[in-house]
Design a protein around this ligand. Structure first.
Ligand SMILES: C[S@@+](CC[C@H](N)C(=O)[O-])C[C@H]1O[C@@H](n2cnc3c(N)ncnc32)[C@H](O)[C@@H]1O
Length: 321
């Protein structure tokens, strides 16, 4: 068993089956042996998956082009903080904007800042609970231990806020049996950003679904990534593979609006690049001294626009003081 698995097994032996959010939190973020926190190579070719942030310098230059606009809108001293900054791959391109990276165990941003908060694939990495509808009843799905293997086990019936959430989400799924994730950390994340950003723009890039799109995911959206292979075996090898859930975009937008963030807007990443960065931003993103280099950068832009650009969404808001 992996070191994170040992810790999870100990918790199960002591207190019974765990909520999936507890399993995921330990698997990804345990300070000693979590997937993201133990220092293993997770990003890029040598790791398990790519994000837009590995498409440098193009992605960084595009965000920098947008950041110039955000800076002009800012009356005071402009800061650009990136939440969930990972390896800090945006640092080089965003360094000119009072850039600060925030991640687990790393926080370079001022306690209170004015300007913009940017994130890429932060929300899909937050721990979620899992729930299943069977014969019309929604139950929490917990993680148990059987013969040294982690297994799904039915837990208590949902109640209160999360039952309401499941009933609403479930109404978009036709199949009698359905799985969904409960985004139990999402509002806490928004509140954390809200408590630090005094005034400015919030921009979150991620993959997700609107409520209407839920019918495409009757088995939920939990996925594991290891060595560039995706699988549904999220209970395997905790600490040694990534675990993600698509972001519930309707809930994200409603939660942000309820907190008072204004002008909520959702676009695909490619729409956002073309509209927000503008023609000159796109041109600068692929500027190079040699034709060979220009060609290389254009191919990267193409991957962003036509590969990730259609499946990723950009959610944006303004926070007024
Ligand atoms: C999928 S990775 C994305 C990293 C980087 N933004 C990229 O696109 O390559 C998710 C990142 O979010 C970070 N993260 C998760 N929870 C966080 C939290 N509460 N505060 C800050 N960062 C967090 C993880 O540690 C991880 O580095």
């Amino acid at each position: 068993m992996t070191p994170a698995g040992e810790k999870i097994a100990f918790l199960i032996r002591r207190g019974g089956p765990l909520r999936f959010a507890e399993f995921m939190e330990t698997a990804l973020y345990d300070v000693e042996c979590g997937y993201y926190t133990s220092g293993r190579k997770v990003f890029g070719r040598e790791g398990d998956f790519y994000t837009s942030e590995q498409i440098q310098p193009v992605f960084g230059r595009l965000v920098a082009a947008a950041a110039e606009k955000w800076k002009q809108e800012c009356a005071g001293e402009f800061h650009l903080a990136e939440w969930g900054a990972g390896r800090g791959e945006m640092e080089e391109q965003l360094g000119g904007f009072n850039y600060a990276a925030v991640d687990r165990g790393r926080d370079g941003a001022p306690l209170k800042l004015e300007g913009a908060v940017f994130s890429n694939e932060l929300f899909d990495a937050l721990a979620v609970d899992a729930a299943k509808r069977s014969q019309g009843v929604w139950r929490l799905m917990r993680v148990g231990l059987e013969d040294g293997e982690f297994v799904w086990t039915e837990g208590e019936e949902l109640a209160g806020e999360w039952l309401e959430y499941a009933l609403r989400a479930g109404s978009f799924i036709e199949d009698e049996e359905a799985w969904i994730e409960l985004p139990v950390e999402l509002r806490r994340m928004l509140a954390e950003i809200d408590s630090r950003l005094v005034r400015g723009r919030i921009v979150a890039v991620d993959y997700g679904y609107s409520e209407r799109e839920l019918r495409r995911f009757p088995a939920g959206t939990l996925m594991a990534y290891r060595k560039h292979r995706a699988s549904c075996e999220v209970l395997r090898n905790p600490g040694e593979q990534d675990i993600t859930a698509h972001v519930p975009l309707t809930y994200l937008m409603e939660s942000a609006a309820a907190m008072g963030w204004r002008d909520g807007r959702l676009r695909t990443l490619s729409q956002w690049i073309l509209e927000e960065c503008g023609e000159s931003g796109v041109e600068r993103a692929v500027a190079a001294e040699s034709e060979t280099e220009k060609l290389r950068l254009r191919l990267k832009l193409k991957t962003l626009l036509f590969g990730m650009g259609e499946s990723f969404r950009v959610a944006e808001w303004n926070k007024l003081a």
